[in-house]
Design a protein around this ligand. Structure first.
Ligand code: RB5
Length: 146
């Protein structure tokens, strides 16, 4: 199950993402927003991250204007590894090396054509494990230090 959300800045790109997932026959859950009214991305992304933490969704797609605020907010949450990707190399290697569970897009940065191509790469690339698993484990332990 793929979790998807956006703030008002990402609404039209999220609609393209949902259409794309439907065309591919992939199951998703839409966590909003579904209004062009201004909203706060931390409020929107928190329930999506909780669904990933509970194992109800395995991957997520999150979108705001730049992709920065919403990915920063998501990465505050335990077990979340959100990667802001606007190029194919990053979309592939954040899966291979970081085992990212969320891809973030900036709807005011890239167009839907590139975003959907990056989404496919993200969804279809496996984690390599090995030495990268050690690093991911160390990275996730950092959040327990303070
Ligand atoms: C909303 O105007 C904008 O600040 C938000 O979508 C995002 O870009 C923040 O990082």
């Amino acid at each position: 199950m793929i979790a998807v959300c956006c703030d008002h800045g990402g609404l039209s790109l999220k609609q393209e993402v949902l259409r794309h997932l439907e065309e591919k026959g992939l199951e998703y859950k839409d966590f909003g927003t579904n209004s062009p009214e201004s909203c706060d991305y931390p409020d929107i992304v928190k329930p999506l991250c909780q669904a990933i933490q509970r194992g109800e969704c395995d991957k997520g797609v999150i979108i705001c204007g730049t992709g920065i605020g919403i990915s920063m907010a998501a990465n505050k949450m335990k077990g979340i590894r959100a990667a802001l990707c606007h190029d194919s190399f990053s979309a592939e290697f954040t899966r291979r090396h970081n085992d990212s569970n969320i891809i973030a897009f900036g709807a005011r940065v890239i167009g839907p054509g590139l975003a959907l191509q990056l989404l496919d790469i993200f969804l279809n690339t496996p984690f390599e494990g090995g030495r990268h698993a050690v690093r991911v484990e160390k990275m996730m332990a950092l959040e327990q230090l303070d």
